[in-house]
Design a protein around this ligand. Structure first.
Ligand code: GLU
Length: 299
């Protein structure tokens, strides 16, 4: 199989050492295998994405010595594809509109009789306030949040007889059995469309990885818990499941994961301070390339 991977940052701030590690790892793995490395801008959240950050991403990656194949894919150009995927799920009765705000959800799950609030890959597990007893009929609403009804989705994906699996070659623990219970109780009814965005990260990443023919998703271990959602959507939408390689996270000296606000560790800052791309590789511990295998390349 030709290795085809991607780096998919959101242009909402400067790239930092953690992004550099992710991009260099994916790039190096693709190049070592004679495969392809693609660049995609996760700019679906237009309220937070900025053209100057998008331009800066390309400048930073080029300075690091990375090259990408083909044109840069922008999620903001792909809303019709996400809409088509939502339509397909809606027509199968797997989505329902949701009017809850974050505050409504917090209030519902912190009611005394609910016990300790449960968290899934998307934060608080949705308590099901808007979930209808029967799948909604009629055309899909265009301007509302849409949630995936996990009980119906698990059944539609045939999980009771054919549980989901995927290959993990990075540092994330091997996936647990992806059973209907895991989806219902460990993940809950995730939002696949937001009122303001049209599509959520989970839906767009699945559509994009499939349309770009991604064979290996190489990304940070913070996204490992969301992979179960992606694999379920792939089965529901009849899309291939790539191999997942979740890598270790780059942390600051206090052990905290780097964030966009960490300007001090921004690639552009290191560049203006006179550091070289080789320095950046040394800082993240990515100096030599090992063959693709579990727990190699420093994860
Ligand atoms: N845009 C996501 C991020 O910056 C990455 C998505 C992915 O690699 O699946 O965290």
């Amino acid at each position: 199989m030709t290795l085809r991977t991607r780096f998919a940052p959101s242009p909402t701030g400067p790239l930092h050492l953690g992004h550099a590690y992710s991009a260099m790892l994916a790039h190096d793995m693709a190049r070592a295998a004679g495969g392809a490395f693609l660049l995609r801008l996760d700019d679906i959240d237009q309220s937070r994405s900025r053209p100057h950050w998008a331009a800066q991403i390309e400048t930073d990656l080029a300075w690091l010595g990375l090259t990408w194949d083909g044109p840069v894919l922008r999620q903001s150009d792909r809303l019709p594809c996400y809409r088509a995927a939502l339509d397909a799920l809606w027509d199968r009765g797997l989505l329902y509109p949701c009017r809850c705000t974050r505050r409504d959800i917090e209030a519902a799950v912190s009611a005394p009789q609910e016990g300790a609030p449960l968290h899934g890959p998307d934060g608080l597990i949705y308590p099901g306030t808007c979930r209808p007893e029967h799948p909604p009929r009629g055309p899909m609403p265009r301007d509302m949040a849409l949630r995936l009804d996990m009980s119906r989705a698990a059944k539609a994906a045939d999980l009771p007889t054919s549980p989901l699996t995927y290959a993990e070659t990075g540092v994330a623990p091997p996936p647990p059995p992806l059973s209907p219970e895991h989806y219902r109780h460990g993940i809950g009814d995730v939002a696949l469309a937001r009122r303001d965005l049209g599509a959520s990260y989970h839906l767009s990443v699945v559509c994009d990885d499939a349309d770009q023919g991604i064979s290996h998703v190489i990304r940070g271990a913070d996204l490992a818990p969301a992979t179960a959602i992606h694999v379920l959507l792939q089965r529901l939408l009849d899309l291939p499941t790539p191999i997942y390689h979740h890598h270790r996270l780059i942390r600051d000296e206090t052990g905290r994961r780097l964030a966009k606000r960490d300007e001090a560790r921004a690639i552009a800052t290191f560049r203006t301070e006179g550091h070289s791309p080789a320095d950046i590789r040394a800082m993240v511990g990515l100096t030599k390339l090992l063959p693709l295998a579990r727990n190699t390349l420093g994860g």
